[in-house]
Design a protein around this ligand. Structure first.
Ligand code: ADP
Ligand code: GN1
Ligand code: MG
Length: 372
């Protein structure tokens, strides 16, 4: 996507319902998909107010209007549940700031879609686990999120990315990327390509169970990275699940698994020194405990038994997606250096191998929390 220009931002900012004087505007966060900015306003008598302004990635999200319909529906529903539970809806769910026309998004003259959220203050979104308790809290929050949305009318949700966690379909896309080899990179990554091809059974696993109707579809988040949750700086509690672009019917195991691949890793997602990368069983156990508790008894025994498989499938899928993007010329994920997607792919495959070694332990851990 073309870089955001200042002229474009000026147009966008003047079209949202902001008050006060704009003091600053900075690129913000480390998401791989949208362009995020932090704006700060000075409002007479009220003081300073921060907001998050985002350009939605239109190559990734083909239907931004429908996407915002999902976000409005889900946040309104969560707001009711939070109020019922005596919580603070201003901090515990995303709050969309509308445009001057009262819409939840602004379409600019370049054809880009933008949206705006109130900034959640005194809270942090972590790119890596700093304190194990934070990871536990994120597990409770993502579990809670699923529990709170259990009654949401799933049929009203739009599929914002078709087949988002259809690992089987992604395997086919991967094979095509290898065959097309548009950048001429395939020869240099034969080992990684073989790693994927050797694991077609992993790609097929959940698809086959879904075909046999053996797994429940739930309203899930589908992008449960640690940095998609805000942790309260004072209480240390996970307060708000953010990045709602991919809330769709999905599998509980995948929400669990995507958190593990990112947060239970002992290194960053793009670490180049693979000796630092492993899947921590301590963090795996903490997350398992928190997630099962957060889901509040809603998960079936079968789902709980399949949590380790969720971790493996999501890590494998993500590595395969990074490799596909590398082969296709880095067109999907934001990259900040040469070979960035390849580095990311390698950490994921290292994690998959490590999980394969620790498989027995992972099974034993989930069994331990089966009846909490
Ligand atoms: P992406 O899809 O690109 O990951 P996100 O919606 O996750 O975009 O936003 C990127 C980052 O911006 C988040 O990881 C978080 O640090 C920050 N962020 C997003 N929304 C808010 C918010 N309402 N309050 C505070 N920080 C936010
Ligand atoms: C993207 O948007 P962000 O950065 O939270 C991606 C996830 C990947 C993740 C890998 C919509 O998440 O699916 O797991 O990068 N989101 C989308 O870090 O593709
Ligand atoms: Mg994000």
């Amino acid at each position: 996507m073309a870089a955001v220009t200042q002229k474009q931002k000026d147009e966008v900012i003047s079209n949202f319902q902001f008050e006060g004087t704009l003091l600053s505007q900075e690129p913000y966060g480390s998401g791989h998909i949208n362009d995020t900015f932090l704006l700060e306003f000075e409002i007479a008598e009220m003081g300073r107010l921060k907001v998050i302004l985002q350009r939605m990635n239109r190559e990734v999200f083909k239907k931004p209007v429908e996407l915002m319909e999902n976000v409005m529906g889900v946040t309104a529903y969560l707001r009711e549940r939070i109020i019922e539970n005596g919580g603070d809806p201003e901090r515990e769910t995303l709050n969309v700031i509308p445009t001057k026309e009262g819409k939840p998004y602004y379409l600019d003259s370049c054809g880009d879609y933008w949206r705006c959220y109130r900034f959640i203050t005194d809270a942090t979104s972590y790119d890596q686990v700093e304190k194990p308790e934070d990871f536990y809290e994120s597990a409770v929050s993502f579990g809670n999120f699923q529990r709170l949305l259990a009654g949401y009318p799933a049929e009203t949700l739009h599929e914002t990315i078709e087949g988002f966690h259809d690992t089987r379909a992604r395997f086919e896309v991967f094979k095509k990327a290898v065959a097309d080899d548009v950048m001429g990179r395939a020869d240099s990554v034969r080992k990684e390509i073989q790693f994927v091809l050797d694991r077609e059974d992993v790609a097929d696993y959940f698809g086959e169970l879904l075909d046999k109707k053996e797994l429940p579809l739930r309203v899930t988040h589908n992008d449960t990275k640690l940095n998609n949750i805000m942790i309260d700086d004072k209480t240390g509690k996970g307060i708000c699940v953010i990045d709602l672009d991919t809330v769709m019917p999905g599998l509980a195991m995948n929400d669990f698994g995507d958190s593990i691949r990112f947060g239970a890793s002992t290194a960053a997602e793009d670490e180049q020194d693979l000796t630092k990368v492993s899947c921590s069983m301590e963090l795996f156990e903490l997350y398992t405990k928190g997630f099962i508790e957060g889901c509040g008894g809603k998960l079936t025994e079968k789902e709980i038994r399949l949590l380790p498989m969720g971790a493996k499938v999501m890590t494998f899928e993500c590595g395969m997606r990074f490799l596909t993007d590398y082969l296709q010329g880095d067109v999907y994920f934001k990259t900040h250096r040469e070979g960035h997607n390849l580095d990311r792919c390698r950490t994921q495959f290292k994690l998959v191998e490590d999980m394969e070694k620790k498989w027995q332990t992972m099974q034993e851990i989930v069994e331990k929390y089966m009846n909490v």
